[in-house]
Unconditional design. Structure first.
Length: 474
RNA sequence: GCCGGCAUGGCCAAGUGGUAAGGCAAGGGAUUGCAAAUCCCUCACCCCCAGUUCGAAUCUGGGUGCCGGCUCCA
């Protein structure tokens, strides 16, 4: 079988994936800032993390996965420049920020479940790890990577020569391009905050750095990832917006503390676009999972839409595109149903030919080529075409079904609930189908249509063909 | 202004030098007691311009458009 190769943002090339510890993968994903419900764009990144997880697991690797919850506000960097989002949201809603965190987190986990994203092994919260952050900052101070100005602590980017390697930014260029007012107390404009103090902040902690402090944006991720995964681990992912400054700063902090290579492989997903441009509140196209359902779609249709595109290409989200994805997903689901039906039913006439083997190879080759999900999905549809055009004998059909189930295991295509919880047991359906055919032979169409309606109500699709009637669950 | 990425049919989307995967939609046909489902057929020369090459969607240069970043603030 081909070997898995992944694109590393750090080296800007594809490289074979080799876990540090054979058979095991340790990875960390930048999770949501829980100040408001994540939108579908955020979920693209989380779906990508899940795709990695499932691909590894389907390959027989043991995965240890951590995703943080940022529950202390930071700049996220849009129009609200200069505001702590959690803090601002709390003031706006006139509620305790901790309440917002609780509400949004709960919503987030419900969304993950709806998307059939496998739960990470840890979801550490920033506010539960203030101690670890402070400890790292103290080490950075000791080692000369950080300096203190009053009750604030900054990372000295000149103390870390690799700063800028991930993003390709040069410290000198950053200085030249800075559009934000220079903070005069920093030694260099590119230095970033590790700890800040402000009595007016709603969420604040008393530490060695003073009475009213709160952590800088980046330190939580190095503190938490190293706590749960060690000084050095395999994979770290996030949206493309995280490359700089967030991940750049994480590397500086983590390697500044440990002196070891922090992460071997950095992966980033492109942003989801909406109607050819970026999502924005002013255009009213920042959608949540609820918006999809209100338009009559299933959450999994969105999952499928995202997986139809390569993770490093921007996906254009439109309602029309989602409709197309929903239809395609349904067709794949029906294909699986037909394979199941065939295996239950009488032997099928089929041309000799082997389709599942090549499809399986194409599927894995595509996935191994930097998770080329659209090509992997195409292999499935080609298998379906081979089936409809030439038919398959039982062993071949069983093999095809097995491949579809593997694809479902990796992509999370089908609703797990409905997959095996039909209202009617198979023998009963078979009996009804037989009764209907008998009625049709007797031209008792009232009775046959009645049975058809009954089965349709139970979610059973009938296919009347020249060689008899096949059924599958919708 | 600076750095980086992308641009494929009505829509979504693979494809990085050898002559355009796949899906959705659409049109035509078959099948059917009616219907559904199903089946068959049709449907692109790859943003523009100029180059390199026997040959480019794929490489180079220049446009145009879209996307990300340019770092903690009050």
């Amino acid at each position: 079988m081909s070997q898995l190769r992944l694109y590393n943002t750090l080296t800007r090339r594809l490289q074979p994936f080799v876990p540090q510890e054979p058979g095991k993968v340790k990875m960390y994903h930048c999770g949501p800032t829980v100040y408001q419900r994540p939108h579908i764009g955020n979920y693209r990144a989380f779906l990508f993390a899940d795709l990695l997880r499932r691909t590894f697991e389907a390959s027989g690797l043991e995965v240890l996965q951590v995703m943080n919850l940022t529950d202390v506000g930071h700049l996220v960097g849009d129009a609200d420049e200069g505001e702590d989002k959690l803090d601002a949201q709390a003031r706006k809603e006139k509620v305790d920020p901790w309440q917002i965190v609780a509400t949004v987190s709960e919503q987030f986990f419900q969304d993950l479940e709806a998307l059939q994203i496998r739960p990470a092994h840890h979801y550490p919260k920033a506010t539960d790890h203030i101690e670890e952050m402070v400890a790292q900052i103290e080490v950075l101070l000791e080692k000369g990577h950080a300096y203190r100005v009053g009750d604030n602590v900054y990372f000295d980017v000149h103390s870390f020569p690799d700063y800028g390697r991930l993003s390709g930014n040069k410290v000198a260029d950053l200085e030249a391009g800075a559009r934000v007012e220079v903070n005069q107390e920093k030694r260099h404009p590119a230095d970033f905050a590790l700890w800040k103090s402000d009595p007016r902040h709603l969420m604040k902690w008393k530490t060695v750095f003073g009475e009213h402090g709160f952590p800088g944006w980046h330190i939580e991720c190095s503190a938490m990832s190293m706590k749960y995964l060690g000084d050095s681990f395999d994979l770290h992912t996030g949206g493309e917006d995280n490359v700089f400054p967030h991940h750049e700063c994480e590397i500086a902090q983590a390697e500044g503390v440990s002196g070891k290579t922090f992460v071997n492989l950095w992966m980033h997903t492109k942003f989801l676009q909406v109607d050819g441009g970026k999502m924005s509140k002013s255009l009213g196209n920042v959608y949540s999972l609820d918006d999809l359902e209100q338009r009559g779609f299933e959450v999994l249709d969105f999952r499928f839409l995202v997986l139809r595109a390569h993770y490093r290409a921007s996906v254009n989200f439109t309602w029309k595109a989602l409709q197309g994805a929903a239809e395609a997903r349904k067709n794949l689901h029906d294909f699986r149903g037909r394979l199941q039906a065939q295996l239950r039913g009488p032997a099928m006439q089929a041309e000799a030919g082997e389709h599942s083997g090549p499809a399986r190879k194409a599927f894995w080759d595509a996935l191994h080529d930097d998770l080329n999900t659209s090509a992997a999905l195409a292999a499935l549809f080609e298998l379906r075409n081979a089936y409809t055009q030439k038919g398959m004998e039982a062993t071949e059909a069983a093999d095809a079904l097995d491949l579809l189930n593997l694809a479902d295991d990796i992509f999370g295509l089908f609703d797990q609930e409905s997959a095996d919880s039909g209202d009617l047991p198979d023998p009963e359906i078979d009996a009804l189908v037989e009764e209907r055919n008998q009625a049709r032979r007797n031209r008792d169409f009232a009775r046959s249509d009645q049975i058809r309606d009954q089965l349709a109500a139970a979610g059973i699709v009938l296919e009347d063909g020249p060689e008899g009637t096949l059924w599958h669950r919708a």
